[in-house]
Ligand binder design. Sequence first.
Ligand code: FMN
Length: 175
Amino acid sequence: MPVTLIGSLVNGRPNFMTVAFISRVCLDPPLVSTGLNKRSATREAVLKNRVFSVNFPTAAMVKEADYCGLVSANNTDKSMLFEVFYGKSPAAPMIQRCPLCLECTVLETHDFNSHSCIIAEITAAHVDECCLTGRKPDPKKINPLLLTIPDNRYWALGESVGYAWSAGKELMKGK
Ligand SMILES: Cc1cc2nc3c(=O)[nH]c(=O)nc-3n(C[C@H](O)[C@H](O)[C@H](O)COP(=O)(O)O)c2cc1C
């Protein structure tokens, strides 16, 4: 799973929560879905403000990323941990040090036992210029932080093993 930091405004301060339950779910409109636990301050802020940010920390930010998942804004102020910047909304703080940051607006929410599933539209994307190759975000340069469960280990990106919508073409021959 990718490790992300969800940025929101909690009691007027920037707050960041570690989130691995997150995925793109639609191309047009560009949608993400994420699962936020009901004890988190972030879920409450996102439901109230209807906007949030998704920040992708680098593998080098492993300590900060883990910390944001260990402590809650309900009892710990995380607002000074990162230098932040803002895009369209003052309620969606983004992390300067993260090479890729998305601004999102909530479209739908679905309530389950432990988590709420939030479906949101990506309204803007910010990428560090040094992480682009030919005007496109380059995963190798972004060096995202990854997580495996149930062993609870963090990883950096490994080697590419092929191209999507291409590697399988060989098996189509003769059909
Ligand atoms: C690696 C990692 C991944 C996590 N992923 C999620 C997740 O996808 N959804 C979730 O609700 N909580 C997740 N958590 C737990 C929250 O980050 C944790 O509840 C956090 O304290 C909430 O912060 P907040 O109360 O300031 O919003 C994760 C924690 C870690 C360490």
